[in-house]
Design a binder for this molecule. Structure first.
Ligand code: MLT
Length: 209
């Protein structure tokens, strides 16, 4: 099978096959290189799949279009979430990996949330750093038992506490096992994010399947 080509991406095979693969989803203006170091730190030895968002906003890659800050183009969110889920399916077959846990930051966390709500089969769970609810009318979805960590910044000027809470509620209502942490941080990631994500993943590794 050909290398999955829908998205420019990086793939690192990892050397710990038992570790769940991570789908790395960068923030606005980032690219497929950005979260590789974070992936290595929080999930040593895990396979890493890292696509680049296909939307350009004044030259900055994103995963879906927005009409203004915090105002998302709903049709585009749905379309791009489906494209990303299709890419993940093709990449899983090509690289022979299990369903990944998404590790997304900001816009990357928001597209991960959209994929969980629209195409739940694509992901084994998610670590959503500075995320909000990206869909005005999230559809019903079966997320039974799917583990999700949401890490918000109490002083985040971009993602409101209400938006993050709505996301946690929407995922929980569909059966996901949501842990929502609020850090004394802004929109930027802090060392406490890394610790929280790493600890959450390690706890999952130890938990019986
Ligand atoms: C977005 O998806 O637009 C985020 O919430 C903010 C950002 O990525 O800058």
């Amino acid at each position: 099978m050909h290398e999955p080509s829908q998205f420019i991406h990086r793939f690192e095979a990892g050397d710990r096959p038992a570790a769940p693969p991570l789908l790395l989803l960068h923030g606005t203006g980032g690219n497929e290189d950005d979260l590789i170091p974070l992936g290595h730190t929080i999930a040593p030895g895990a396979a890493l799949l890292s696509p680049r968002g296909q939307v350009l906003e004044r030259g900055m890659p994103r995963f879906f279009r927005r009409l203004a800050e915090g105002v998302f183009d709903q049709d585009d969110v749905r379309r791009r979430a489906n494209d990303l889920a299709d890419f993940v399916a093709a990449a899983r077959e090509h690289y022979r990996i299990a369903a990944p846990i998404a590790l997304g930051y900001s816009n990357g966390a928001n597209i991960a949330a959209a994929v969980l709500l629209l195409r739940p089969e694509a992901l084994a769970g998610g670590i959503l750093l500075r995320a909000t609810l990206p869909l005005d009318q999230p559809p019903g979805a079966d997320l039974a038992g799917r583990p999700v960590l949401i890490v918000s910044g109490a002083r985040d000027p971009i993602i409101s506490a209400a938006g993050a809470a709505r996301l946690a509620e929407a995922l929980s209502a569909r059966g996901a096992r949501v842990e929502h942490r609020n850090l004394p941080a802004g929109h930027e990631l802090s060392p406490a994010d890394v610790t929280a994500a790493r600890q959450w993943l390690a706890d999952r590794d130890r938990a019986p399947a």
